[in-house]
Design a protein around this ligand. Structure first.
Ligand SMILES: N[C@@H](CCC(=O)N[C@@H](CS)C(=O)NCC(=O)O)C(=O)O
Length: 203
């Protein structure tokens, strides 16, 4: 069975959980305790030398990095919907993976980590980069229903988690109506699952 090394509060892990769920792929979750430094142990470093989650194990195959995991799952277990082979759409997906890995990761996610987990950082600068990410998405989603065009792809899965919890980075989405419409479309996808920790907060 597929095994995902992850943590409830991690948006990067949630990317993998979301795709696993919409692809209806049974998997076992293995919680990794970042607070106690479990990811820094030699045992964990044999799975991921970068000491980060998520990590996916599929039989003898080990894949680290959330976007690499998305690409692997889409290519291995999906008929081409989530990462279409069309050169233009594939290129567009890569564009948005780049935004997820830069403006979103080092903007929205990093600002959230400062506020929620006490991480060091220049909060204002991180929030400003987060706003750049939100502006990029808002503009694209005014032109197409999904980030890479007419159909949902890995681009949406990769960008959604930290945009969905922008409030935890103290950024309001009130003026981002295209993003709000996109949330509704994503949250209506068959197999959609919410980010765990937020779900528990609401309960
Ligand atoms: N580029 C990596 C980033 C992964 C990442 O930042 N993971 C965080 C949890 S969300 C982590 O493991 N951090 C370890 C640490 O803080 O030392 C990916 O997309 O998987």
């Amino acid at each position: 069975m597929l095994k995902l090394y992850d943590l409830d509060v991690s948006g990067n892990c949630y990317k993998a959980r979301l795709l696993l769920s919409v692809l209806n792929l049974e998997h076992e979750r293995v919680p990794v305790n970042l607070a106690s430094g479990e990811h820094l142990t030699e045992k964990f470093k044999r799975l991921n030398p970068r000491s980060e989650i998520p990590v996916l194990v599929d039989g003898r195959t080990v894949i680290w990095d959330s976007h690499a995991i998305l690409v692997y799952l889409a290519r291995r277990y999906d008929a081409g919907h989530w990462l279409p082979a069309d050169p233009l759409i594939m290129g567009r997906v890569q564009q948005w993976l780049a935004v997820a890995g830069h403006e979103i990761q080092y903007g929205l996610a990093a600002a959230r980590a400062c506020l929620k987990f006490g991480r060091e950082g220049d909060l204002q600068a991180l929030q400003q980069r987060g706003v750049t990410a939100l502006d990029l998405l808002e503009s694209q989603l005014g032109q197409s229903p999904w980030l890479a065009g007419e159909q949902p792809t890995l681009a949406d899965v990769a960008c959604y988690p930290y945009v969905r919890c922008a409030d935890e980075a103290n950024l309001s989405l009130q003026d981002y109506s295209n993003i709000q419409g996109w949330f509704e479309r994503i949250e209506s996808l068959p197999g959609y699952v919410p980010m765990l920790e937020r779900a528990q907060n609401v309960a």
